[in-house]
Design a protein around this ligand. Structure first.
Ligand code: DP6
Length: 388
């Protein structure tokens, strides 16, 4: 083989859970105690970009996140992703009859990985999901691995297995002890429901105190509510959510989204010591959503929160300008900066009748900014070049 450097650049989306993953039954293979379901967000607004290079001259695998080198020997999940992709590449080459010595040697070559998110890392916006999805998709592209990669991405970060598909995705918990059947499966593509809109409200982009991995371990050990939820509630919620998605029934989906978020944070409070991911700002946002739905007499808006205080709001394109107006009106930003980023909004008041019923106070500086986005597609290859 020559000393040429091969390089691929890929991007991967984040996802936001509609039915939440919280709790592992096996930490070795990162297997969940229940299935979960999510919406993949558009990469036009939120994405991880990862460039991976390989050369026979590289001596170690190296990873840089936002220009900062990571200590990968201390990160078993990263090592698992590298090892599993290389193992699969070798296996496929041998079984496909292309397993020449050079080819097999190529799969052992070391890589250099440079990765960047265009949104706040570790602020409850599933940066590990898009990060591991991009890594696994990029390595799979570089080493020409065929077939499902979600089981490998899952071992980087559970929610990452849902970021390898676009639209709506179910992570089926599976039954096998090796996790081979614990995979991400698409329920419906992004084109199924183009009117669905998502607004991310960034209230605080500081790093969270207890990471989700650690937090869910504590919940598994101490929360009886979590056990009840995984045994008695989640399966039915997934069935309902799938029905709501297939039928494009926004009010049913919205109710499930909010109840799931509330139950996740109830489990967090039921953990001992309790886990607090929501802030006062998060609660103020929840109040506005309920007040708006009540004032209009129908469910036009839903909120969900992961392991951080930032909100993801779900609405429909018909209501998005009204929702934007409410956000700008009730949560003004005192520094005068523009609140909305992403897809365009043209804020319109919902009218006096609704506003009179709303009974909300104006709360300056609840949010820093908002990102208006929609459902998005799976990871994609930006470029694949032989740069030598
Ligand atoms: C609250 O996927 O970050 O966002 O598997 O330990 O890496 P690990 O956890 P992670 O957990 C995500 C939890 C959640 C809910 C969800 O995305 O379903």
């Amino acid at each position: 083989m020559s000393d040429e450097v091969l390089s691929v650049t890929v991007t991967a989306p984040t996802n936001i859970a509609i039915v939440k993953y919280w709790g592992k039954r096996c930490t070795k293979f990162n297997l969940p105690i229940n299935s979960s379901l999510s919406a993949t967000l558009s990469q036009d607004q939120l994405k991880t970009t990862t460039r991976i290079e390989t050369s026979p001259t590289f001596e170690e695998d190296e990873v840089w996140l936002h220009g900062k080198e990571q200590d990968i020997q201390k990160n078993q999940r990263l090592l698992n992703c590298f090892n599993n992709i290389r193992r699969l590449a070798r296996k496929q080459a041998i079984s496909g009859g292309e397993g020449s010595a050079d080819q097999i040697k190529f799969y052992s070559q070391k890589v250099q990985v440079h990765t960047e998110n265009n949104f706040p890392t570790a602020a409850g916006l599933a940066s590990s999901a898009s990060g591991y999805a991009a890594l696994v998709f990029g390595l799979g592209t570089l080493f020409k691995v065929q077939g499902d990669l979600t089981s490998i991405a899952r071992q980087g970060s559970g929610s990452a297995c849902r970021s390898l598909h676009g639209g709506f995705v179910e992570w089926q918990m599976g039954e096998q002890s090796d996790g081979e059947d614990s995979i991400g499966v698409q329920i419906a593509p992004e084109s199924h429901w183009p009117e669905l809109r998502i607004i991310v409200l960034v209230v605080n982009d500081a790093r969270k105190k207890v990471g989700s991995t650690e937090g869910m371990q504590s919940s598994v050990q101490t929360s009886t509510l979590l056990q009840y939820r995984s045994e008695k509630i989640v399966d039915e919620r997934i069935k309902q959510a799938k029905r709501a998605i297939i039928d494009k029934d926004f009010s049913l989906l919205a109710e499930i989204i909010m109840k799931e978020s509330n139950q996740l944070h109830a489990v967090c409070l039921d953990s001992f010591p309790p886990l607090h991911y929501l802030s006062n700002e998060s609660h103020t946002i929840m109040d506005l959503v309920h007040a708006y739905n009540k004032a209009t007499g129908c469910t036009r808006l839903a909120y969900t929160f992961d392991a951080g205080p930032n909100a993801c709001l779900f609405t429909m394109s018909t209501f998005v300008n009204e929702v934007a107006w409410l956000i700008e009106h009730y949560f003004p930003v005192e520094n005068g900066n523009k609140i909305f980023r992403g897809l365009e909004v043209d804020p319109v008041s919902p009218g006096d009748e609704v506003l009179n019923k709303l009974d909300m106070e104006i709360n300056p500086n609840v949010i820093k900014y908002a990102i208006h986005t929609r459902l998005g597609h799976p990871p994609k290859i930006e470029s694949a070049v032989n740069v030598s």
